[in-house]
Design a protein around this ligand. Structure first.
Ligand code: GTR
Length: 433
């Protein structure tokens, strides 16, 4: 980056601002200069999920299913995330790698199952870590599927969990794998999950597609042979990660330990965007949880509060399609907005969660997406967001088939979040406690 200063411009505050900003990463600089003032949110009109492209009203579940849902799905594919490729299931192979039945002082068994996407080629592959409740041995259990950010062994201090997936970790380059063992453990409430009778399945997301802009050459992208990288709707990184999670479900469908009709896909932050997109495309998932997914996830693009379409495309060009970049200065021209991403999950239960200090992800915009998906959920015969009309106070979960909370605190996944997701799963699967 080069700066040209005229003498007139080079005032001390300006120079400090430029130097200060130059020392920051691109996302940090955007975050510092973003709008966090509710009174500056522009006027906007949301696209109506129940009005078809030709202007006709969608009044029946059949019309939603056959006309409107495909239209909205196509808008997200074309303008935002890219296509969601079909899988060549004949190329998938699953291999048991490890079983360890003394996890959590014997409360749980960890199984690691390797998924080859393109067998007999050994790469790319991903390792799924299944944390299974020993109290439910010999019976299939419902599961949360949640990708992790830094490798399987960062979810726990237990040295029996191998650090192999670390190799793929672009985030961890140059570090000793053991130095990051357990660094993310506060995000993984394994004990609460297995105590409640659920399994938790995780995969290191960069095994599916490394998270940097390499022109879509690495990860699973070489398998997307039916698509042209130059096309504006080429499946970008979020589509690739979501596609990988669908392949994880393919694998879980073969596992006697898991009730694959009862899998909830859950993700935090960029992986919350991924969970929403995965659940929108893959209707086998019984429910979806978006934890602090923000811009490109649950937050409405038109609010331009916190992270914006313009800044996210500059910071992370590889997450979205080329077509999405054109909307940076004209979000109102997007044919869709993020409430319709939530609506694509209908009638299946969805949970949108925010954190009070996570203004970058626009908690209010996340809530408004959940709220504005309600008409679709109601048309499909569910109780939608359960009559909620206002964003609730902190730490007050609300809703019905669509749920929402704003937890006190920062951008993170905490025990409070997990307690709500377990209750959400209980309600979906009819578990009484
Ligand atoms: C931020 C990005 C967000 C969110 C987050 C994350 O830098 O701006 O959209 O995805 O990263 O995934 O941790």
């Amino acid at each position: 980056m080069r700066f040209h200063f005229s003498n007139k411009l080079l005032s001390l505050p300006f120079a400090l601002l430029v130097l200060g900003t130059a020392a920051l990463s691109l996302p940090q600089a955007f975050a510092q200069n973003a709008n966090y003032d509710e009174s500056k949110v522009p006027q906007y009109v949301l696209p109506d999920p129940l009005v078809a492209n030709d202007g006709s009203k969608i009044e029946t579940p059949e019309a939603w299913k056959n006309i409107r849902r495909p239209e909205i799905l196509k808008q997200f594919q074309t303008e935002m995330f890219g296509k969601f490729p079909e899988a060549d299931l004949s190329k998938l192979k699953f291999e048991d790698v490890m079983t360890y039945d003394k996890f959590l002082d014997g409360k749980a068994t960890v199984k690691i199952v390797r998924v080859y996407f393109n067998y007999p080629e050994k790469a790319p592959k991903m390792d799924l870590m299944l944390v299974l409740p020993n109290s439910k041995k010999d019976q299939p259990v419902p599961a949360f599927l949640m990708p992790n950010f830094q490798g399987l062994h960062t979810t726990t201090d237990d040295v029996n969990i191998p650090a192999e997936t670390f190799e793929a970790a672009t985030r961890n380059k140059g570090k000793n794998p053991e130095d990051v063992r357990g660094v993310a453990k506060s995000r993984w409430a394994f004990e609460k999950i297995v105590d409640a009778g659920y399994a938790c399945v995780t995969v290191y997301y960069e095994e599916i597609d490394p998270d940097f802009d390499d022109g879509f050459k690495n990860g699973v992208h070489p398998l997307f042979t039916n698509f042209n990288i130059e096309d504006g709707d080429y499946p970008a990184a979020i589509s690739a990660w979501a596609w990988g999670l669908s392949r994880a479900l393919d694998c879980l469908e073969t596992r006697p330990e898991i009730d694959a009709k009862k899998v909830i896909v859950l993700g935090h932050s960029r992986l919350g965007k991924t969970a929403l997109w995965c659940g929108a495309n893959d209707e086998r998932f019984a429910g979806v949880v978006s934890n602090d997914s923000g811009c490109g996830g649950a937050a409405l693009s038109r609010r331009e509060f916190g992270e914006t379409v313009k800044s996210i495309n500059k910071s992370f060009p590889h997450w979205f399609t080329k077509n999405f970049r054109a909307y940076g200065d004209r979000v109102n021209d997007l044919p869709m907005d993020e409430h319709e991403l939530v609506a694509l999950i209908a009638p299946r239960p969805v949970y949108v969660a925010s954190a009070s200090e996570d203004l970058w992800a626009d908690p209010k915009g996340e809530f408004l997406s959940a709220l504005n998906a309600d008409p679709v959920y109601r048309l499909l015969g569910t109780d939608g967001i359960g009559g909620v009309t206002e964003q609730p106070d902190v730490d007050t979960p609300v809703g019905a088939t669509i749920r929402y909370h704003k937890r006190t605190g920062k951008h993170d996944v905490t025990d409070f979040d997990w307690e709500q997701y377990i209750k959400f799963a209980d309600s979906i699967f009819g578990v009484e406690r």
